[in-house]
Design a protein around this ligand. Sequence first.
Ligand code: ADP
Length: 259
Amino acid sequence: DENLMLNVHITPYNNDQRLVIIRNITEKHRLERVRQDFVANVSHELRTPLTVIRGYLEMLDPELYPELKSVEKPLSMMRHQALNMGRLVDDLLLLSRLDAKDLQSSTSQQIEVNSMLESICTEAKALSGDKGHTIEFHSQSNKKLVGSEKQIRSAFSNLVFNAVRYTQKGGRIDIYWKETEQNLVLSVSDNGPGIKQEHIPRLTERFYRVDPGRSREQGGTGLGLAIVKHVLELHDGYLKVESTVGKGSTFSCVFRLHP
Ligand code: ADP
């Protein structure tokens, strides 16, 4: 049976014996696939009607049609929510594409991390707008990454934009690209509200939010860190989160260097 999937586990048993545990995970794997396909299809199917709704909302412009002045506020709320829904659908699609990938099938481009981070930094300043954050990028390595440029960009910008969205007015955000003996590291530090220790292990779960109201208000989809975790796994890396309530947070992407 070409669909058969077995999980084999060998452990020491007594002195000179080994215990071999073989589990049939075919059904578990099949159900996981069904779930992934379902999410991918739903997100894809939602895209078309949403595009139509957004198109018409664009046309209903009170500047062009004075009779719409009285419904200006509801229209603007509808536009805002349609934008949020668009983000959600995009994130869901991205996640299900990442789900379907494995290490071998991901693209291997040479990624110029420094110029990517400079441009993310510029976008972050625009996002900060009149909140007046100080956002600085410190380049301490010229090393490139190998992988998918699009995925890495989405992971890095998720971390930087989160720092902007969750840090109070006038806060400070520092972005570093550096190398150690074994790793290449991107770190994003902010002096925002920080996150209680008990939440940290759960941050990369889909739709896990420390403060759901605040996240939605900031236009968050609750999927950002799940995307980051997935992308890093596909690039032989991992996410590290350090945070102190009242002081701030540091999110780091750690990539293993291969000799
Ligand atoms: P969201 O779309 O809600 O931002 P994420 O997966 O990106 O979803 O983040 C999960 C949660 O982690 C957020 O809802 C927020 O509570 C918390 N969080 C992420 N980044 C920060 C940060 N820099 N400072 C404080 N809290 C953060």
